[in-house]
Design a protein around this ligand. Structure first.
Ligand code: SF4
Ligand code: SF4
Length: 297
């Protein structure tokens, strides 16, 4: 089974739109994982049915039993994270601020506080419009531990792939170089890097590829909107060559790319102009590298 992760050093490169297009083109042959759990957007284009869902728990949170609380206010005074407030005469925990340290439980003489597992998000298993299964997730506002949620999405995607005998998992990773990206890359066989020819696009690509190199995973590059700055596009190509990154292809700026998204469909479905053909060409080249190239650098 191959696990392919699409990442970009920064947001706004077209990563998710391209991953959605590849997901559409892959049809039922693949399992899709949306690991951009802080800003999951693939559902907007792939129309999942949210057939199965489960809560995701990570860390701890305090809870006050108002029937036991004596209203002494000691927990309110002592919580160093200011996670307890008094609302309409009742002490309550603010889930965003509570760190789950448990100190309030220790000092409550009425035994009114319990520390429980914190529900920080949800994981979904859906059928999308192609009939393929997509595993996706959503983190609650203010929740952390997105790296753990990414690991859960990947585990569930692997379980689905094993169950239905699928040999390819396509993952939309997070932007940046932090914990969710590291979690996205763990266990991957191939990485597709998506960037744009801007100073920040180039800078962030190099940063994220340093992370990829730590995992020794072979990578390919797509330069989106490549004609917007030919000079930087050419530097990106030279960089890819010097690092033995496969150049999967370049995509010129095309208004139809945005028009497709505005209409809630992937570029691979957009009938007008050349965008459908261009995206298909990128996917065919990417597949060639995914299935034939050596896995490690
Ligand atoms: S310390 Fe216990 S009894 Fe006092 S306000 Fe807090 S929850 Fe209520
Ligand atoms: S568990 Fe810690 S952070 Fe949360 S309310 Fe209690 S003292 Fe404050």
């Amino acid at each position: 089974m191959k696990e392919v992760v699409v990442i970009s050093g920064k947001g706004g490169t077209g990563k998710t739109s391209l991953t959605s297009s590849f997901s559409f083109l892959g049809g039922k042959s693949l399992v899709i994982g949306d690991c951009d759990v802080d800003a999951d957007d693939m559902h907007l284009l792939l129309k999942p049915d949210y057939k199965e869902s489960k809560s995701f728990f990570s860390g701890f949170i305090a809870e006050i039993d108002s029937t036991k609380c004596l209203n002494c206010g000691i927990c309110f005074e002592k919580c160093r994270f200011k996670a307890i407030s008094k609302q309409e005469g009742v002490f309550k925990i603010n889930g965003i601020d509570c760190e789950g340290c448990g100190y309030c439980k220790r000092i409550c003489s009425a035994d009114a506080i319990t520390i429980k597992d914190a529900e920080v998000g949800s994981v979904y298993k859906s059928n999308i419009k192609t009939g393929a299964v997509m595993v996706h997730a959503r983190l609650k506002p203010g929740a952390d531990n997105s790296g753990k949620l990414v690991a859960q999405v990947k585990k569930d995607a692997r379980d689905v792939a094993n169950k239905f005998g699928k040999d390819l998992i396509l993952i939309d990773g997070s932007p940046g170089i932090g914990c969710p990206v590291v979690s996205s890359l763990t266990g991957a066989n191939y990485v597709i890097l998506v960037t744009e020819p801007t100073p920040s696009g180039y800078h962030d690509l190099k940063r994220v590829y340093e992370v990829v190199k730590k995992f020794k995973i072979k990578a390919g590059l797509i330069i989106n909107k490549s004609d917007l700055n030919q000079k930087i596009a050419s530097e990106l190509e030279k960089y890819a060559n010097s690092e033995s990154i496969n150049l999967i292809g370049k995509l010129s700026y095309d208004e139809d790319f945005s028009k497709a998204i505005t209409n809630g469909i992937t570029a691979a479905e957009y009938q007008e102009g050349n965008i459908q053909k261009e995206v298909k060409k990128l996917w065919e080249t990417a597949k060639k590298y995914i299935y034939t190239d050596k896995e490690n650098i």
